[in-house]
Write a protein that binds this ligand. Structure first.
Ligand code: GN1
Ligand code: MG
Length: 371
């Protein structure tokens, strides 16, 4: 764990450091769980009997070349959410919002001697995440939680957030990067990815849809989360209630269609995004209806008719874009997403191809729900 063993001591922990464990979550940053000995001051977010707990993260420097900008955004977003959630849930707000722990150097992050950026959140106990949603009520709650996030961000004070990864959801650029990766790939990987590459090439005409609609002035820029996959939502382990939206690194200017699209991508499939049998992937209509109902229940009031209709393009383009990114990363030799075996990114791309094919065969239903 190297530098991670020193990092907890850089933060203002409310107890005596007891243990550090790897905490596997997400494809980008390195995460660790920090446990403290019982007896320190209780923060309310933690289990007093076990001592306060923390989530320590090292920010991926390849994905985020300027982590201080990430942290400026995250700090503003957390602060704003806390103000809102505190007002609406005075008794339980600490379980409903990420709280950054200050570092001993002063700011809300720490730079270690090797130049790595670290941050530390209060650990929210008694929660779990699901990579796969198992019932329509759960899908509805996920949709409502991310729509509520968009709603809460609508009056974020302090001006435009940093655009942390420029063109993050520019599907045209992602498509062009795929073609370039295919061009440069070793023959063996190129051959293995042939069918998926052809699938995306056949759909090239779609990639500009949201970008053009935004450029034409039809869709407003919002503060969006940009990574609304369903396992970025903490659920209460006992009741299943959606408590807290996590992974705020890419919260920045965007379109609501991106967030809704990534929800559809992850909520509607019966299997995880790296399931080895893509023939088991499909858009499950009851899940689609529920996540859409949940999303619209909290966000419909802020959207014009064209913006609501644009969500249907989000449901097509985000699965396409994420699949394109997995495939491009496979072709490039797995340089971006964390992988557990050599074909991992190709397996991921295949589920996304299958999901998009299923969305396309249910297009009338998808568009009908958002008309
Ligand atoms: C990454 O960090 P994580 O695993 O939640 C990625 C998203 C992808 C997602 C696919 C900064 O999210 O864009 O949609 O993997 N995050 C970044 O699972 O690239
Ligand atoms: Mg994540």
């Amino acid at each position: 764990m190297g530098a991670a063993t020193a990092a907890p001591h850089a933060f203002e922990l409310a107890g005596e450091f007891a243990a550090l464990e790897p905490f596997v979550r997400g494809h980008i940053n390195d995460s660790f769980r920090v446990r403290c000995a019982p007896g320190g001051a209780s923060t309310g977010a933690t289990n007093a009997a076990a001592g306060p707990g923390y989530l320590l993260q090292r920010i991926n420097p390849t994905v985020f070349p300027d982590p201080s900008l990430v942290m400026e955004n995250v700090a503003r977003v957390c602060h704003h959410l806390a103000t809102r959630v505190r007002r609406d849930h005075p008794g339980s707000w600490r379980r409903r919002v990420l709280q950054l722990v200050p570092s001993r150097d002063g700011p809300l992050w720490h730079v270690d001697p090797g130049g790595s950026y670290w941050r530390c959140y209060q650990f929210i106990e008694g929660t779990e995440v699901r990579a796969v949603v198992s019932s329509p009520p759960e899908a509805r709650r996920a949709g409502a939680a991310f729509a509520q996030f968009a709603h809460q961000m609508a009056d974020l004070p302090g001006g435009r957030l940093h655009e942390i990864i420029p063109s993050f959801h520019d599907t045209r650029q992602r498509f062009d990067a795929l073609l370039a990766a295919a061009e440069a790939a070793p023959a063996e990987r190129r051959r293995a990815a042939d069918a998926e590459l052809a699938f995306y090439r056949e759909r090239e005409e779609h990639v500009d849809r949201l970008r053009d609609a935004h450029a034409a002035g039809g869709l407003p820029e919002r503060v969006t989360h940009n990574d609304t996959k369903v396992d970025n939502l903490l659920l209460d382990r006992d009741s299943g209630e959606a408590l807290c939206v996590t992974d705020l690194d890419t919260t920045m200017p965007g379109l609501l269609a991106y967030d809704y699209g990534d929800l559809v991508r992850t909520v509607t499939s019966p299997v995880p995004e790296d399931h080895p049998r893509p023939e088991e992937v499909a858009l499950q209509l009851p899940m689609f209806d529920a996540v859409t109902e949940g999303y619209l229940s909290a966000a419909a009031g802020m959207m014009s008719d064209p913006e609501r209709r644009s969500l249907a393009w989000g449901a097509r383009l985000i699965p396409m874009e994420v699949g394109i990114r997995f495939l491009a990363d496979y072709l490039a030799g797995d340089v971006y997403f964390r992988t557990a075996y050599p074909e991992h990114n190709l397996v991921r791309a295949r589920t996304q191809v299958a999901l998009l094919a299923s969305i396309e065969s249910n297009l009338a239903h998808v568009e009908g729900a958002l008309r």
